[in-house]
Design a protein around this ligand. Structure first.
Ligand SMILES: Nc1ncnc2c1ncn2[C@@H]1O[C@H](COP(=O)(O)OP(=O)(O)OP(=O)(O)O)[C@@H](O)[C@H]1O
Length: 237
């Protein structure tokens, strides 16, 4: 259960004489569906909303709770439950070698090094990435890195996965692989995307425009609403 209690973010304006700028207007939400998409224009506030889910962004007003844990005061408990897949995989791949990064995610699950290593190789093989296991994360392609980042975050086994534009670097086949992988997960998945077919497949979608959630409901309707806003030249879309 994820709950936004009047949570929002305002930041000081560049000109101190001006009123603070709203990045995300305060919102109250319960997010329970298995697949929730977040859509909207560049700079509309999608990543800010997602980052509030695991305490990467601290709301300037209100609070966000995950399974009853406050994302700021109880950030450690929240991060044990929420995995975060960044748009740029290099923001999260911290070890130099692919298999070492997956092993790091498994550290809390397996204290034994040999078991951890075998488990990391199995996790890579499950996504068809075993051939990358001993490569440097800097020598593999952007799309390969994105899949390795997915593998690392899944290996940690948290019960909620938040993914910020997870398909951006992927070719058609890997795009399909990622969607199929996410689709088959038991975990709740909350994802921001500009791929409107991917968004339409969710159980629920939030449409963000100009820092406000302007639609919250069935995903196909959210996508239609977004297309309409763009067609009518809405400044926030
Ligand atoms: N801490 C901050 N201070 C100032 N401005 C911020 C801050 N965080 C976000 N912004 C601005 O707020 C807006 C929303 O940012 P956000 O990253 O949430 O957008 P987004 O919808 O994810 O965009 P994109 O689709 O391009 O990834 C942007 O204009 C961004 O520059």
């Amino acid at each position: 259960m994820i709950r936004f209690n009047n949570a929002g973010l305002s930041v000081p304006a560049d000109d101190p004489a001006q009123a603070p700028r709203t990045v995300l207007a305060p919102c109250t939400l319960e997010l329970n569906e298995r697949r929730i998409a977040v859509i909207g224009a560049n700079g509309s506030g999608k990543s800010t909303l997602l980052r509030m889910l695991n305490g990467l962004v601290t709301p300037s007003t209100g609070a966000v709770e995950v399974h009853g844990f406050d994302t700021v005061r109880q950030a450690k408990s929240v991060r044990r439950r929420v995995g975060f897949l960044f748009t740029d995989p290099l923001s999260q791949l911290v070890m130099p070698i692919v298999t070492e990064d997956v092993e790091l995610s498994l550290k809390a699950l397996h204290k034994d090094r040999a078991k951890r290593s075998a488990s990391a190789l199995r996790a890579l093989a499950a996504l068809g990435l075993e051939h990358l296991a001993h490569r440097s994360i800097y020598d593999i392609s952007g799309g390969e890195r994105q899949l390795v980042a997915l593998c690392s975050v899944l290996a940690a086994g948290q019960d909620i996965l938040v993914a910020d534009e997870p398909t951006t670097l992927l070719d058609l086949a890997n795009n399909e692989l990622l969607k199929k992988t996410l689709g088959a997960l038991d975990q709740q998945v909350i994802y921001a995307t500009h791929d409107l077919d991917f968004a339409a497949a969710a159980d629920r979608a939030l449409l963000v425009a100009g820092g406000k959630i302007v639609f919250d409901g069935p995903a196909p309707e959210a996508v239609d609403t977004y297309r309409r806003l763009v067609r009518h030249g809405s400044p926030a879309a």
